[in-house]
Write a protein that binds this ligand. Structure first.
Ligand SMILES: Cc1cc2nc3c(=O)[nH]c(=O)nc-3n(C[C@H](O)[C@H](O)[C@H](O)COP(=O)(O)OP(=O)(O)OC[C@H]3O[C@@H](n4cnc5c(N)ncnc54)[C@H](O)[C@@H]3O)c2cc1C
Length: 288
């Protein structure tokens, strides 16, 4: 926003801010002082970026699928697969056996467990990621503010609660709850970046399980089993990808070959060494 008034002149911590593309005036609550723990030297603004209410998105996709004739069976756990040679013939569930010509797995944090039922061992680790919601406040944050030295992000929900989070808890787990060191870490980054949140009360937190792939990129692919397909490895970012990933996954299952968009996201890249985004996450998620 060229020419926008900014607080940078008074702190001197941002150079050439009158021509900076992102306006510090639009986020005046950040600590722009030179003494900040991580002084702000610049920023990026993605004007088309935003947030979406994730449960409403899931309901919308479910309604759309239902209208197209998809049977959605809720509260039904997959407990095993029936196999004949290299083919799955049926899926065993807590509500009975379902015969199947083709089977797709998209179970995020439970990927290794469910694929294991079909005899597959995958290059995926399951880790906890926590998120936090504060008491409701009047409108403060427009969009999402994130911080390059970690995974910290903060936004505000329609109901006024600040929604924030950071890194994984950094140990393998299927427990959908996190531990205090990450609570402290996320709050410390939040307070350092945005000092006015220090007195805000956190109302609740939760932990979800992330399917961390070894190169930080997803897998949308055929598998060594003829009629079994896999959509997994979304790490921190599978929500925003849902419409596109579902679309190319449906194509992969229907055509029995990947769409051009997901060709590189094959499972066998971990065997051939054609990894994607190697710099992004490192050979183990805890190194990223
Ligand atoms: C705290 C947190 C914050 C996040 N923030 C973001 C974000 O800001 N942006 C973003 O893009 N992504 C974010 N993510 C990641 C995103 O939520 C996931 O990548 C995404 O939900 C994965 O979608 P999915 O459909 O593959 O799996 P899920 O949405 O996890 O759905 C998998 C389903 O499979 C079911 N399932 C598991 N095992 C079985 C079984 N044996 N039988 C039957 N069903 C089974 C589960 O019950 C679940 O309903 C976040 C995740 C967490 C935990």
């Amino acid at each position: 926003m060229p020419g926008a008034a900014t607080p940078c002149g008074s702190t001197g911590s941002i150079r050439n801010c009158s021509t900076a593309p992102a306006s510090a005036a639009s986020i005046p609550y950040l600590d722009f002082s030179e003494n900040a723990r991580f002084p702000i030297l610049g920023g990026l603004l993605q004007r088309r970026g935003g947030t979406a209410r994730h449960d409403a998105v899931a309901w919308g996709l479910a309604r759309g699928a239902d209208r197209l004739g998809v049977d959605i069976i809720q509260n039904c756990e997959v407990t095993g697969f029936e196999r004949e040679g290299d083919r799955i013939t049926a899926v065993q569930t807590s509500r009975g056996t379902i015969a199947a010509g083709r089977v797709g797995i998209a179970v995020a944090g439970n990927t290794s467990r469910v694929a294991g039922m079909a005899g597959l061992e995958l290059p995926i680790e399951s880790h906890v990621l926590q998120a936090f919601v504060s008491e409701p406040l009047k409108p403060l944050i427009d969009g999402v503010v994130t911080f390059g030295a970690g995974h910290f992000y903060i936004s505000q929900s329609d109901k006024g609660g600040l929604v924030l989070g950071g890194d994984l808890d950094f140990y393998n787990s299927y427990a959908q709850r996190g531990n205090l060191p990450i609570v402290e870490n996320v709050m410390a980054i939040g307070c350092a970046m945005m000092p006015n949140v220090r007195r805000v009360r956190i109302l609740r937190s939760w932990g979800g399980i992330m399917d961390m792939s070894m190169d930080g990129s997803p897998i949308i692919s055929k598998t060594p089993i003829d009629n079994l397909y896999l959509n997994a490895g979304w790490c921190y970012g599978g929500f925003k990808a849902t419409p596109g990933s579902g679309w190319v996954f449906a194509h992969t299952i229907a055509e029995d070959r990947p769409h051009a968009f997901n060709e590189a996201l094959s499972l066998d890249r971990f065997a051939t060494g054609h990894l994607l985004d190697e710099g992004g996450k490192g050979p183990t998620p805890k190194l990223h």
